[in-house]
Ligand binder design. Structure first.
Ligand SMILES: Nc1ncnc2c1ncn2[C@@H]1O[C@H](COP(=O)(O)OP(=O)(O)OP(=O)(O)O)[C@@H](O)[C@H]1O
Length: 259
């Protein structure tokens, strides 16, 4: 899909400190609607901190975050989620004792239209809502090839499938912006390739804009339109995959990590 030039996410000079540590310094970046953008950088560069600011886990110490032209910096996570930003976590966060289907349904419930009042009173509208949610959850599980395991306990899924279920849950919120924190971590090369194809596909299918943190460089280079590079809290580069691969600052940051 050709990315339109309308800006969906605009980060202006965002900083975040923890005590004396500046985890992010004056970071400015933007993502246009429909883009698939990579966010890379050595360990401790501030990638997850940026996700945490974008999703309301922490407010920025300074700076602005605009989602669809609306200032969302400092809003509570559920509010930003309702405004259209959903994420997955580096460490998988599922309800491991519940079924695969229940995991997705819970995510839907947070966005269900039927009111708390009708749910409490178990009005007919409630049951209609339940049926609809079950159907929608099953539809998403089908896309992720998890429908056959809908009644399986989530904790029993393979690691790769647990990661896929996390993304399925994030999609239940009907996001415009999907933030994926190392979605392929711990996957084998085949699982990783399948996942990347799936991410490219859901972007089209759900009309998504995606920001992806990933350590696997070939993977980021293969799927992303543009890439931002953080190092020690500072944005040191942005550009196309080819530009980033040849950028001396990026090469130095990564060599510095290995040294
Ligand atoms: N809640 C917190 N309290 C204190 N320090 C924090 C907190 N969150 C992050 N940091 C610090 O901020 C810096 C950036 O961490 P962050 O997790 O954002 O990096 P990262 O690029 O995601 O790293 P990795 O690739 O290792 O996941 C690190 O020095 C980290 O220890």
């Amino acid at each position: 899909m050709a990315a339109s030039t309308a800006v969906l996410l605009d980060v202006k000079g965002a900083s975040r400190s923890f005590g004396g540590l500046k985890a992010l310094s004056e970071v400015s970046l933007h993502i246009n609607k429909g883009e698939l953008i990579g966010l890379i950088g050595p360990n401790g560069a501030g990638k997850t901190t940026l996700f945490n600011l974008l999703t309301g886990v922490y407010p920025p110490s300074t700076g602005k975050i605009l989602l669809n032209n609306e200032s969302v910096g400092g809003m509570k996570p559920f509010k930003i989620n309702h405004k259209g930003a959903a994420r997955t976590f580096q460490n998988i966060r599922l309800f491991t004792a519940m079924t695969v289907l229940e995991n997705v349904k819970i995510a839907f419930h947070q966005h269900a239209r039927h009111s708390l009042f009708s749910s409490m009173l178990r009005l007919p509208k409630h049951f209609k809502g339940e049926e609809e949610i079950t159907q929608k959850a099953m539809d998403i599980l089908k896309i992720f090839n998890l429908a056959d395991q809908a009644q399986e306990t989530a904790g029993n899924l393979s690691y790769g499938n647990q990661r896929r279920l996390e993304i399925a849950r994030a999609l239940a919120a009907g996001p415009k912006l999907l933030l994926l924190d190392e979605p392929a971590a711990g996957m084998n090369p085949n699982e990783t390739r399948d996942l990347m194809n799936l991410i490219a596909w859901i972007r089209e299918e759900f009309d998504l804009t995606i920001l992806l943190i990933e350590h696997d460089m070939s993977l980021v280079m293969g799927v992303c339109n543009r890439i931002y590079v953080l190092d020690r809290g500072i944005l040191i580069a942005d550009g196309t995959p080819v530009e980033i691969r040849n950028n001396p600052k990026v090469i130095e940051a990564y060599l510095g990590q290995e040294a």
